[in-house]
Design a protein around this ligand. Sequence first.
Ligand SMILES: [Zn+2]
Length: 182
Amino acid sequence: MAILPIIEAPDPRLRVVSAPVAGVDDDLRRLMDDMLETMYDAPGIGLAAIQVGVPKRVLVIDLQRRDEPAEEGAEPVEVREPHYFINPEIVWASDELASYNEGCLSVPELFGDVQRPARIRARWLDYDGSAREEAFDGLMATCLQHEMDHLEGVLFFDHLSKLKRDMIVKKLTKAKRQKLAA
Ligand SMILES: [Zn+2]
């Protein structure tokens, strides 16, 4: 496995619409393994292939739930539960919305409250290429919708008001200038 460089906004590649995957093979599984390692290393809870420069409809998610330790005062136990989504589609979304303060590995250190359907039902291909369908709510629903936006070239701040969006774009452009000057 390898840690891949993560593309950061305003890189135009993040605006590319990713292409469907024709078949799940070992090359694709290697990409998903690398994406997962990259995501854990960052650290983050979700990563779309385009964020490492691959315009394929593939994403990985692990909410990395932390369980209470058995002993008092000990470090919380991190539970790793990786999810792989190939060619994901949302087949149903609730009218009810939920708001979450979202961030993104491609938009470092910036956050914004985004409203999305609170519950969704999704269909996708799994790590082994088998078809899956499941309903999600809570952080999983939010995270999956955020990552699926990446497949359309959409970033979380596109959902914010123009004022907040302009503020984030300005900060990103400034950060990029500073990086180029450094
Ligand atoms: Zn993101």
